[in-house]
Design a protein around this ligand. Structure first.
Ligand code: ADP
Ligand code: AMP
Length: 223
């Protein structure tokens, strides 16, 4: 698939720490398709103290989901006028997935793929606990698995990396519980669709990227 003709409307699904953001950035770099990370948008709003950020802050800090009405309203605005996109962190409930299908149906832009990144709990906890994030663009590193050239500094913009407050051990536990209860049911929602693909997210980053490429090539061939 060449960058020039990449039309992708993907949902990247999977638990916190599975590597969705890492692979979304890699896809964005390779194909020029924009990542839309609900977590990044919400964090920017919290930092700027907007009304949306004020509504979202307490939910995010405690590892709970922001309410569906707030998220769906935010995403309706985000998706207007976009033909290709990588949805990272959305949808996270069945109600959000129904709203997304509805919106994309009205726009005549159906999803082209749903990729489920699968990894087990011990790995997820280790990844989240060692994650360092660039708050300016959402890019993340890992202290051991994907370290920056200089500890605490982003390779690309040279600015500081931070550890997210919700990557502290007690909030990680809550987020994993929230995923199992509210987001894992999406596997049933999307699982029977032809463009649903499971990705082994336990592999190293470049191996996962190869699986993603194979999945996209398979979906493209099926269309
Ligand atoms: P998500 O967006 O699914 O929450 P991230 O992409 O932020 O996950 O990845 C979580 C952490 O794990 C980051 O520190 C990232 O550098 C690291 N990571 C991502 N993919 C892998 C991988 N395949 N192997 C090892 N570490 C990874
Ligand atoms: P993330 O960056 O994807 O790990 O998201 C961080 C936090 O933002 C989550 O723990 C939720 O509190 C909130 N959030 C992100 N996306 C959503 C969503 N689609 N629905 C509800 N809450 C969300």
């Amino acid at each position: 698939m060449s960058a020039a003709r990449a039309t992708m409307r993907l949902v990247l699904l999977g638990p916190p720490g599975a590597g969705k953001g890492t692979q979304a950035k890699a896809l964005e770099d390779r194909f020029g398709v924009p990542q839309i990370s609900t977590g990044d948008i919400l964090r920017a709003n919290v930092a700027a103290g907007t009304p949306l950020g004020v509504k979202a802050k307490a939910f995010m800090e405690s590892g709970k989901l922001v309410t569906d009405d707030v998220i769906v309203g935010m995403m309706e605005q985000e998706l207007v006028g976009k033909h290709s996109f990588l949805l990272d962190g959305f949808p996270r409930t069945v109600a959000q997935a129904v709203a997304l299908d509805d919106l994309l149906g009205r726009l005549g832009l159906p999803l082209t793929g749903v990729l489920l990144f699968e990894a087990e709990r011990t790995t997820l906890v280790a990844r989240l606990a060692g994650r360092w994030t660039n708050p300016r663009n959402g890019r993340s590193y890992h202290a051991a698995f994907n370290p920056p050239k200089v500890a605490g500094i982003d390779d690309e913009d040279g600015g500081p990396l931070v550890q997210r407050l919700d990557d502290m051990a007690d909030v990680i536990e809550k987020r994993l519980e929230t995923y199992e209860r509210e987001t894992a049911p999406l596997i049933g929602y999307y699982g029977s669709r032809e463009m649903f693909v499971r990705i082994d997210a336990l592999a190293p980053i470049d191996v996962v990227a190869e699986s993603v490429d194979r999945a996209l090539a398979g979906n493209e061939a099926a269309r």
